[in-house]
Design a protein around this ligand. Structure first.
Ligand SMILES: Cc1ncc(C[n+]2csc(CCOP(=O)(O)OP(=O)(O)O)c2C)c(N)n1
Ligand SMILES: [Mg+2]
Length: 1101
């Protein structure tokens, strides 16, 4: 919590109450009210937030009331009616004059007695009470006691806040027993219609200024505001039964005991303990209990480091021994690089003992990048809702846990919040829990945010924010209950701000006194929450001291037993930490078999016809004339059996939909397509929001097709789609960047999840990123998707030519982290999209997509290239005169993407078709070593050139160059090494398959080390199919039953020092732009000059 005391003076400044309604300025108590309210503004400091306690909303509230009264006197409370009728209210200049009222003044029934008009003091006093109530509702949180350390306490010691307030409303002690009628906007009375002033103030103080601070009055819905008021104001809401109290205590004991146990056993290990905010564990459990009771069956959580292990242990009930094993530094039994323990995810199905219902809990694995997991969790949640048919989010929900500094500091929080109410992205309400320890690493809140609270970002979506003192377990539980009920009722986001502290340093090894000495002096003296609560329950007689001890001892025993069990483990298994298991997907599948991607011609014709037809009720559904032309052109293509880019894409989608594969395309303006080529959603020109999407109506039993324009965000939306792709392997999920350049605002998702997710978390994803890419004279932006960056992160080894076999291509795909391609034909687009689903595993696909090629007359494919028997072409050889006369070809130009069409045009202009072959590399990564070698051998006398339109330090050159050399020389068979070799284990990478363990762990773990220092000529290596000594046994190694994981990069081989490369003398040279700092030139003329230069350079003999 961040308090800035400048608020005090601002609140008292004339400007601060300039907007007061005139009635307030005129009334006798108004000046005092201003002063009273100033004291409450301690938690605010900017001018807008520094309005006095009863100002701002109150002023407009009165005006609103006045206007309502003018329209219908009966629509306002009788007290207001009386007040406005008495002409005490002077309207601001722009308000309409008072109308005559038809209701008799005697209708005002005060204190049960029917009387004549009440005197003006009675009315004024009632109005003052109403203003006080409203002030508490609006700004009570500003003076609530939220900070357990009381460093940031309100300036009002003890109970004086109440006193100050009533005194400043001209109420004295003599008024305390006076009875006041309560307005309909408060529930503090319970069954009472009126209360003594003293009781009103006490109740308000208790509800709004005690250990809970509710921020909700900015919500535009009266229904929602009333709902919240009722949950907090109704007398007795905070009373708990002895059983409930004991449950809280037991849960708190576990949360506290877990951290204490880890601290005892692994004192020097980082665990990012929850000490100071242990209540988060019972809080999460309460949210889950209440939500389960209300029908939720699956909860997906995203959270950072703080308290993560505790959450896994005590919320998810992940077996403790698995958690402890993570501390042992054991070798992994399965593939992948793994991750640190406080990043790993989990998935658990278990019985909720409180509600006696089955529940699934998943914590999504996440990187260090704080908050990056938020949209991923939302996407995964949305997908689960979608596939379960849970259209209102009644069965599946997400909980996002945040640190205070990250919640307000990271922009992706805002981006994710903005997805919360979008029809195709909503998860129907997320409960956000902020573990607010009032510090971010070493930084105080006053240096880490400009907003009063760390939760202010949630106000943009009108989410209620429940601040609560984390040292008051019962207040926390109440807030959690309300949050869960809020979500179940309104299906909107809400935030719980658990205000605690951090007992240790940022991690357990850090010294916090370096930077927060005073805070930590206080913390050292501060009793922990468990002890405080146990003392309270003992004092009130709910539990005995012995009971408290025995609950703690019991949990410690559980931990000890798990600790002993963990000691017997020899390996960690990453698959135990999988957050999204795909049950049934891998079973019984041949891991090296790709289903055919070609489809029957009649299917293509059917899809083409549907896709080119107007809505069935075309006479009524008026579509744009331009679109009629587009549809007619599509129809003509179908009749000719050719497809352009949009048709090729539609064929891929349509045929997958036919096969029961859900297709989801998301991104900015994807429905029409940035380049106006797609037009998947046709809009009725006369009826608002009436649309038609032909891909949703291809076949009666097809899978659903979702296409949605997204918010203008890359980070959150790409993360969302990545999360979506994690849920169901039998779905094609695509995200399209508006232009490829913009994907770099989502770089953390690309680097931390898409590129490395399988390696770190044995999680697969078949997400497709469509990235419009091409240097077309549009300036430094809108040109490049920075394909070089994706290629740099590709995990195939540039120096290693994998053994050639029929499965070369599929093995490469199996082992790489992702696929990078730049297709030049609609047919290849069709096949590569379909291949995503045809593969027996899932890999992300990074696809450079065209812009001008969308309409290029030559960038069309005959249906025969997509029909049965056809398949994706990793390279497209030259099929012209050069290909027919290969040995006389002087030069082979290899290229990828749209520049191919410029190169062929230039070649034709120069009449060099016989002399120069042009070969398209359509799948750049994994690199088609085998096909490149074949092409090089075919054109054995030719000079080899790589031509690209990107600058030399960009595009594919730096990736392809070393791989070309490896392909050309092709001498680095792994058995040729004259040094001994060490191989890493051979395993099956299926997410759920078990792996062989082996005992040769030292060498396996550090092959490079053993190689560097080994003296023997032979070494023992272990493969999944057994141990071989000495020379590498390739046949065994590539046994089908035992798919190598590192086919693309066998550990310990590629980097082996001294491996010989037999030079064949052939090389690849470069034709293209020089190195550049920018992606493209801003000058069209220069662009054309550069393009022509590269074309001339490439197409010359
Ligand atoms: C995007 C990002 N930037 C910086 C960091 C480094 N970092 C790790 S924890 C931390 C402080 C987080 O503070 P807060 O969100 O309050 O969580 P707490 O550790 O206090 O629970 C920082 C800056 C990070 N992990 N991610
Ligand atoms: Mg913090």
């Amino acid at each position: 919590m961040h308090r800035a005391h400048t608020a005090f003076s601002l609140a008292l400044s004339p400007m601060a109450h300039k907007n007061f309604a005139t009635w307030l300025l005129n009334s006798s108590s108004s000046q005092k009210l201003i002063k009273a309210s100033a004291a409450s503004a301690v938690r605010t400091y900017n001018s807008a937030a520094a309005e006095p306690f009863a100002n701002g909303s109150t002023a407009s509230y009165v005006e609103e009331m006045y206007n309502a009264w003018l329209r219908d006197p009966s629509s306002v409370h009788t007290s207001w009616d009386a007040y406005f009728r008495s002409n005490s209210y002077v309207s601001p200049p722009n308000l309409a004059p008072v109308q005559a009222n038809t209701l008799p003044l005697t209708a005002f029934n005060f204190g049960g007695a029917v009387s004549a008009a009440p005197d003006s003091k009675t009315i004024d006093d009632h109005l003052a009470v109403q203003a006080i109530i409203r002030s508490y509702q609006i700004r009570g949180h500003n003076i609530a006691h939220l900070d357990p350390l009381e460093i940031n306490t309100p300036d009002l010691p003890g109970n004086s806040s109440t006193k100050t307030i009533y005194a400043n409303f001209s109420f004295g002690e003599q008024d305390m027993e006076r009875q006041f009628k309560l307005p309909s906007t408060t529930f503090i009375g319970g069954d009472e219609a009126s209360l003594p002033l003293k009781e009103i103030l006490n109740r308000l103080e208790n509800v709004y200024c005690n250990k809970i601070g509710v921020e909700f009055m900015f919500i535009n819905s009266l229904e929602q505001c009333n709902w919240i008021r009722k949950r907090f104001e109704t007398p007795g809401v905070l009373s708990f039964s002895p059983e409930e109290k004991r449950l809280i205590l037991a849960r708190l004991t576990r949360a506290t005991g877990f951290e204490a146990f880890l601290a005892k056993k692994y004192s020097s290990e980082k665990r990012f303990g929850l000490e100071g905010c242990e209540i988060m564990i019972p809080a999460l459990k309460e949210i889950i209990d209440v939500s389960t009771e209300l029908g939720v069956e699956s909860v997906i959580m995203g959270m950072p480091h703080r308290g993560r292990l505790n959450t896994l242990a005590n919320v998810c009930r992940k077996p403790l021994n698995q958690i402890f094993t993570q501390f042992a530094g054991l070798e992994a039994a399965d593939d992948g690089s793994g991750d640190v323990k406080y990043h790993l995810g989990t998935y658990i199905e278990r019985l909720n003992r409180v509600t006696n219902k089955n529940i699934r809990l998943a914590v999504v694995a996440n990187p260090s990048h704080l908050e990056a997991v938020d949209p991923v969790v939302q996407g995964k949640t949305r997908a689960e809702q979608f596939y379960r048919g849970d259209q209102e989010g009644k069965k599946v929900m997400s909980i996002l846990i945040h640190g205070d500094a990250a919640f307000c500091g990271q922009g992706v929080v805002y981006e994710t919040m903005h997805l919360s109410d979008l029809p195709d992205y909503t998860t129907h309400g997320t409960i956000h829990v902020v573990a607010n320890n009032q510090i971010g690493f070493t930084t105080d809140p006053r240096f880490s945010r400009s907003s009063p609270y760390c939760t202010d970002v949630a106000r943009v979506v009108n989410a209620p924010i429940f601040h609560v003192n984390a040292d008051d377990p019962e207040a926390v539980m109440h807030v959690c209950k309300v949050a869960a009920e809020w979500r179940a009722t309104f299906h909107k986001d809400c935030v719980i701000d658990l205000v605690g502290y951090r007992r240790n340093g940022h991690n357990e090894i850090d010294e916090p006194m370096f930077t927060q000495p005073l805070m930590y002096q206080k913390i050292r003296k501060h009793k922990n929450c468990l002890d405080l609560y146990a003392d309270k329950l003992i004092a009130e007689g709910t539990v005995t001291a012995e009971e408290v001890k025995s609950v703690a001892a019991k949990y410690e025993n559980i931990c000890e037993e798990a600790f002993a069990l963990a000691k017997t483990e020899t390996h960690v298994k990453y698959k135990d930490w999988l957050d999204s298991p795909w049950s049934g997907f891998f079973e019984g599948k041949d891991p090296l078999k790709v289903a055919p991607t070609g489809v029957k011609e009649e299917t293509l014709i059917h899809i083409g016809n549907r896709f080119s037809s107007p809505p069935p009720n075309a006479a009524e559904f008026v579509i744009h004339k331009g679109l009629m032309r587009v549809l007619a052109a599509r129809k003509a293509m179908v009749d000719e059996k050719v497809a352009d880019w949009a048709l090729g894409e539609a064929m891929a989608f349509g045929s997958l939909l036919k096969e029961g594969i859900h297709v989801r395309l998301s991104g900015q303006d994807v429905e029409r397509g940035t380049f106006s080529h797609r037009h998947h959603v046709l809009h009725h020109q006369l009826v608002d929001k009436a649309t038609y999407n032909s891909l949703q109506h291809m076949y009666p039993d097809q899978a659903p097709y979702s296409v949605s324009n997204s918010s203008l965000s890359e980070y959150a939306v790409l993360g969302f789609e990545h999360g979506y792709s994690m849920t169901n392997p039998n779905a094609l999920v695509l995200w399209e960047a508006q232009f490829g350049d913009f994907c770099n605002t989502a770089q953390a998702i690309i680097d931390q999840f898409i590129s490395s997710g399988q390696s770190k978390w044995v999680r697969q994803s078949g997400l497709v990123m469509l990235l419009p890419h091409g240097m077309e004279g549009m300036g430094p932006e809108h040109s490049s998707c920075r394909v070089e960056r994706f290629l740099q992160m590709s995990s195939d080894d540039p120096d290693y030519f994998p053994p050639e076999s029929d499965e070369f291509a599929i093995r490469q795909l199996h082992d790489i982290n992702w696929i990078v391609a730049n297709c030049t034909t609609p047919a290849n687009l069709f096949h590569i999209l379909r291949r995503q689903i045809a593969l027996p595993f899932r890999k992300p696909l990074i696809l450079c997509t065209p812009k001008s090629l969308l309409r290029h007359p030559e960038a069309k494919s005959p249906f025969s290239d997509m029909s049965e028997g056809s398949e994706f072409q990793r390279i497209i050889p030259d099929r012209g005169p050069a290909g027919d006369n290969a040995s006389n070809v002087k030069k082979v130009v290899f290229c990828t993407g749209r520049v191919y069409y410029d190169l062929t045009k230039t070649r034709a202009e120069k009449q060099l078709e016989k002399d120069i072959a042009i070969v398209r590399v359509e799948q750049v990564s994994p690199f088609p070593f085998d096909l490149i070698k074949e092409q090089a051998n075919l054109y054995k006398n030719a000079e080899l050139v790589w031509a690209q339109e990107e600058h030399k330090n960009q595009g594919c050159w730096t990736y392809v160059q070393p791989r070309f050399l490896t392909a050309l020389n092709h001498s680095r068979d792994i058995s040729q090494s004259d040094e001994q070799s060490t191989f890493s284990n051979t395993t099956n990478t299926n997410q759920e398959s078990d792996t062989d363990s082996d005992s040769n762990s030292d060498k396996k773990s550090k092959p490079w080390l053993s190689r560097m220092f080994a003296s023997d000529k032979t070494d023992t290596v272990t493969t999944g199919s057994g141990t071989v000594t000495g020379e590498f046994n390739a046949a065994k190694h590539f046994d089908l039953k035992n798919v190598r994981h590192d086919f693309n990069r066998p550990a310990g081989i590629a980097a082996a020092p001294g491996v010989r490369i037999a030079k064949t003398g052939r090389k690849i040279s470069y034709a293209g732009r020089a190195c550049g700092a920018s992606t493209a030139t801003g000058s069209k003329a220069q662009h054309i000059r550069e393009l022509n230069a590269l074309l001339n350079d490439a197409i010359s003999t």
